[in-house]
Write a protein that binds this ligand. Structure first.
Ligand code: NAP
Ligand code: G4F
Length: 325
């Protein structure tokens, strides 16, 4: 039986990746940091909380990573842990750098010290393209990050490349464009929209405050994207891949899709709050996934409309259950 270790298993992607690896017959281990309250809602939502083994550790604590690798000997390590919210990275740039940049280095170092044959996946991001240098971004597009988060991810990305080149490690970076789901954090714009639209439909709220709704993103479904992470580690050589849909949509149009589905006009509810604008913005992202299609046989399956519908329905159901108590 193959064993995989996931950092960030309590997050959106960690939960879907754990579900996928379990379906492939893996023994799935996850690093869980000490918090004052339990934080396994996403694993419970997918009905897998009792199927994975959660291990105390923190990607800021090298010794905990070394202990876990020595004790459990995973063949694959997926580094999904991060302070992943771009907005917060301006409020907490040092924490973001420690977790998102140095945390990745800690995991690479732990692997190098314990067993350099362990395969490593790094969660890189389209946020690294930032102020875009090419209309459609691919593996060869130069980077220009626009946030402390993007800069931290770029450091982790190059460390992954460097460990591959320096130590011949099987270390891959997936440059994933935005991906969402019903278990997306409430602070991210798609989920903020689907959750608030559902509350408005149920008469619990009457306005949705947003920042810059003219920015555009290439949005896919997390359930589709975690399969690409797995495929990268099964590929015959370690390489980096862009994972995207190849379609870009504005936040405004995404709102329209969500509200339309509920029979509402978004223009009646959305208010623009200048406080929510970012100090530096990534105006538009659109990825070219042809390398992943060609070498991994990976393709994004879920359309934005299908995903928003799934998210709105899940939010409606959850809110109704909360009301019932
Ligand atoms: P997420 O929901 O915010 O999950 C982040 C995970 O990191 C959580 O499990 C969190 O644990 C964990 N974490 C934070 N600090 C940690 C620490 N010090 N030690 C151990 N674990 C820690 O993020 P996501 O959307 O699943 O994204 C997964 C990864 O892909 C992230 O690295 C993100 O930056 C990257 N990425 C995401 C997207 C996207 O669109 N979703 C696109 C490109 C790249 P707690 O639950 O304890 O907070
Ligand atoms: O949903 P967002 O916060 O995602 P963002 O900043 O693109 O980052 C996400 O995707 C990255 C991949 O490109 C990941 F690496 C990262 O971890 C994260 O998962 O914002 C999307 C867009 C931005 O342009 C933002 O300014 O929506 C705009 N926006 C407008 N109003 C808003 C809001 N974003 C949020 N979160 N909240 C708003 O009220």
């Amino acid at each position: 039986m193959k064993t995989a270790l996931i950092s960030g298993i309590t997050g959106q992607d960690g939960a879907y990746l754990a579900e996928y690896l379990l379906s492939k017959g893996y023994n799935v281990l996850g690093i869980i940091r000490r918090l004052s309250t339990q934080n396994i809602e996403r694993l419970s939502y997918l009905n897998i909380a009792d199927k994975v083994k959660l291990l105390d550790g923190d990607i800021l604590d090298l010794s905990s990573l070394i202990r876990i690798l020595k004790d459990y000997k995973p063949g694959e390590v997926y580094n999904l842990a991060a302070q992943s919210f771009v907005g917060t990275s301006w409020q907490q740039p040092i924490l973001t750098s420690n977790v998102t940049a140095i945390g990745a280095l800690n995991l690479l170092e732990a692997i190098r010290l314990v067993d350099p044959s362990i395969k490593f996946y790094q969660a890189s991001t389209s946020e690294m393209f930032g102020k875009i240098k090419e209309t459609v971004q691919s593996e060869t597009t130069p980077f220009h990050p626009r946030s402390p988060y993007g800069v931290s991810k770029l450091y982790a990305h190059w460390m992954t490349v460097n460990y591959r080149e320096s130590y011949n490690m099987f270390a891959c970076a997936g440059i994933l464009f935005n991906h969402e789901s019903p278990i997306r954090g409430l602070e991210f714009v798609t989920r903020k929209v689907t959750y608030t639209a559902a509350r408005i439909k149920l008469g619990l709220q009457d306005k949705l405050s947003l920042g810059n709704i003219d920015t555009k993103r290439d949005w896919g479904h997390a359930r589709d994207y975690v399969k690409a992470m797995y495929l990268m580690l099964q590929h015959d050589k370690p390489e980096d891949f862009v994972i995207a849909t190849g379609r870009t949509t504005s936040v405004r149009d995404m709102c329209e899709i969500a509200f339309d589905y509920l029979g509402l006009n978004y223009e009646d509810y959305v208010v623009i709050d200048k406080e929510l604008f970012r100090p530096a913005e990534v105006e538009i992202l659109i990825g070219n996934p042809s390398k992943a299609e060609k070498y991994l046989g990976w393709k994004s399956r879920t359309t934005l409309e299908e995903m928003i519908k799934e998210m709105v329905e899940a939010d409606l159901k959850r809110i109704k259950e909360e009301i019932k108590g």
